[in-house]
Design a protein around this ligand. Structure first.
Ligand code: UD1
Length: 374
């Protein structure tokens, strides 16, 4: 039997979660049979890793902030679980919604599942098949215990079915991150970031790096920094620095000796400033998952400094190229782009700005009684 009114707890904790929840909350507000409470785990807590995103994307203040902060994976996930359990005990939602693949996603889905509260996972089924990535572990465990799996692409549907997930629990809805990009693209164009950094259209490469496998490994970070040093002979390089990367670079000899003064380094940027920079860049070099997707939709060439991606559709259909971490390969691919030789773009199916609408339509109609019998 279908429930009349559904109370959802939505979880967000780290920077890439915020652009995923924004369009979902916006759609919930238009319904009269779904209400929500927002939990911010506090995994990211710096103003420019969290608060500016709430402001830029008009996300209402969280109902709960668990203020877990940083720590080892076990400590951070454990804190999230202990504090989230209290929220669930006191509020008894009909559904917990988690997004993405961060430690907050994992911790909260485990707690809800053990309390027999149905879990919906937005961005389910992505697989890098690289178990050395903490996110891959988070994705696999979250999907295994989720009841409703919202996917962004057909390969995710296929991955889930291969792992034995019941087809009727998989909903291919497209990409909510792209909903946000489309909702805010015209606002982002008004950003003054180019004036502030003294940049001209298409005359710079934009860089982001934060993965432990790149920035914590001395051999990888040195190869990438040497590549950037070479690339900045051909074009300006702009590098907003993630807090983890800042800590690592502070101790790095190549950075201190050759790079620090020759490239444009900034603090992590707000959503609108970063989107504006991305839209007008010549190309992007990144190890982020979300940026591979955003550049695909924007038709901006993207060099991903990893050996694999859980988002292969950005390569088969989009502008993404995997370049690993060798200086030679990174520089060679950057030069190809500067010579106008790169993957031209198509748009993956259902990355059309209406994914949150689809999610809310499904959640309004779904028969929740099948989950309560578990
Ligand atoms: C996390 C996610 C990663 C995501 C990334 C986006 C996990 C396992 N990883 O990685 O998937 O792509 O967010 O940024 O969940 N720090 C600050 N201020 C902050 C947050 C972090 O200074 O607001 C520093 C702390 O020293 C912290 C380190 O950055 O230890 C790493 O933060 P953490 O949340 O553990 O992982 P990320 O590398 O940000």
């Amino acid at each position: 039997m279908q429930k009349k009114h559904i109370k959802i707890i939505i979880v967000a904790g780290a920077r890439p979660n915020f652009m995923k929840i924004a369009p979902i909350i916006k759609e919930i507000k238009k319904t009269n049979n779904i209400s929500y409470m927002l939990v911010h785990t506090g995994q990211h807590y710096d103003k420019n890793m969290s608060e500016t995103f709430f402001k830029d994307l008009s996300i209402p203040s969280p109902d709960f902030n668990l203020c877990v902060g940083s720590g080892t994976h076990a400590r951070q996930t454990a804190e999230i679980m202990v504090r989230f359990e209290d929220v669930l005990l006191n509020n008894k939602p009909d559904l917990v919604m988690v997004v993405g693949d961060v430690n907050s996603t994992l911790g909260c889905s485990i707690v809800a599942s053990k309390m027999r509260i149905p879990v919906a996972h937005v961005e389910a089924g992505l697989r890098s098949f690289d178990m050395s990535m903490p996110e891959e572990i988070n994705r696999i465990v979250t999907d295994r215990i989720s009841d409703i799996l919202f996917t962004t692409c057909e390969d995710a549907n296929f991955n889930l079915m291969k792992e034995g997930v019941d087809r009727k629990n998989i909903y291919f809805v497209g990409n909510v991150m792209i909903d946000t990009l489309m909702n805010f693209a015209s606002e982002a164009k008004k950003s003054s970031i180019h004036r502030r950094l003294n940049l001209s259209n298409k005359k710079y490469a934009l860089v982001t790096l934060h993965r432990p496998s790149n920035v914590d490994e001395i051999e990888s970070i040195n190869q990438i920094l040497s590549a950037l040093q070479e690339i900045q002979k051909y074009t300006t390089v702009v590098f907003p620095i993630h807090p983890r990367t800042r800590q690592k670079l502070a101790k790095n000899k190549i950075y201190k000796k050759n790079i620090k003064s020759s490239m444009i380094f900034t603090e992590p940027l707000s959503y609108l400033d970063f989107l504006c920079l991305m839209m007008r860049s010549a190309f992007v070099i990144t190890d982020s998952g979300g940026i591979q997707e955003e550049t695909t939709v924007l038709s901006i060439p993207c060099l991903t400094v990893r050996n694999n991606t859980e988002r292969p559709v950005t390569i088969t259909c989009g502008t993404n190229t995997l370049v690993g971490t060798s200086k030679r390969k990174i520089v060679a691919e950057a030069r190809k782009i500067l010579n106008n030789e790169y993957n031209k773009c198509g748009k993956p199916m259902l990355w059309d700005g209406s994914s949150a609408k689809r999610i809310i339509k499904i959640l309004s109609r779904i028969d929740y009684s099948r989950f309560y019998k578990r």
